[in-house]
Design a protein around this ligand. Structure first.
Ligand code: ZN
Length: 243
């Protein structure tokens, strides 16, 4: 038996820390802006290109990070007229629950980007509900998300054709109060005269101003929207939240 020569592992020498001549200034890290309120399409160059938002590679991870419980879903994408998609979207989810713990009258079926925007919407809506009523929203009645059609009053593909829009009709609060767009928005009054009207208008203003959605249309806009607030992620922007 020949003893194999033992080879000493080379000693790893840590370099002596060099004391800085001057103590470094404590650096306050720049606050990182949370990734919210950024889903509106603010690019003016693509406004005339209809179609759902481009699919996101990390959609599901981003939804989970945003606190959204969801199920992947599929809708048809068959209709195309003159190269323009008329109906459907490639990346769609059914939202079960968002970070604001709001129960919807039916689980919204939305493009992934719209589902991310819904998470931001819930945060803004809960902030405004707490400010206005000292109570949180527990339920929202909506009039639907996915419906292949042109806009009711315009010759344009509705974002509902791409599951990229949502119609908000009624909010129920934890304290039992109900805020109904048809009853409480009061577009005939330039200034809101009660808390419910003020809540609806402030919410709509913030959803547009903070770019939660590309398009926010309220009863101020036209009679087709007298009973709901329409929000979507079109590639163009419309502020219908003001008289
Ligand atoms: Zn709508």
């Amino acid at each position: 038996m020949v003893a194999s020569p033992s080879i000493a592992a080379p000693e790893v020498v840590a370099p002596e820390p060099v004391a800085p001549a001057v103590a470094p200034e404590p650096v306050t890290p720049e606050p990182v802006a949370p990734a919210r309120f950024a889903h509106a399409d603010v690019d003016p160059d693509n406004d005339a290109e209809p179609g759902p938002p481009a699919p996101l590679v990390d959609c599901e991870a981003r939804l989970r990070e945003a606190g959204v419980t969801f199920k992947p879903a599929r809708i048809g994408t068959s209709r195309e007229v003159d190269g323009i998609p008329r109906c459907g979207a490639k990346q769609v989810v059914r939202v079960r629950r968002g970070p604001g713990s709001i129960k919807y009258s039916s689980s919204p079926l939305l493009t992934c980007t719209m589902a991310l925007a819904l998470a931001d919407f819930e945060r803004v809506a809960q902030e405004e509900a707490e400010r206005a009523f000292g109570s949180r929203i527990v339920g929202i009645d909506h009039l639907g998300t996915f419906n292949c059609r042109d806009m009711a009053l315009y010759d344009l593909v509705s974002e509902h054709s791409y599951a990229n829009g949502l119609d908000l009709r009624r909010f129920t609060l934890a304290n039992g109060a109900v805020v109904d767009v048809l009853k409480h928005f009061r577009p005939d009054q330039a200034e809101p005269t009660d808390a419910k009207s003020r809540f609806l208008r402030t919410l709509a203003n913030r959803l547009f101003d903070e770019a939660v959605f590309s398009v926010v249309v309220t009863p101020f806009f036209d009679s087709a929207h007298r009973n709901h607030i329409h929000v979507d992620l079109a590639r163009y922007r419309v502020d219908g939240s003001r008289p």
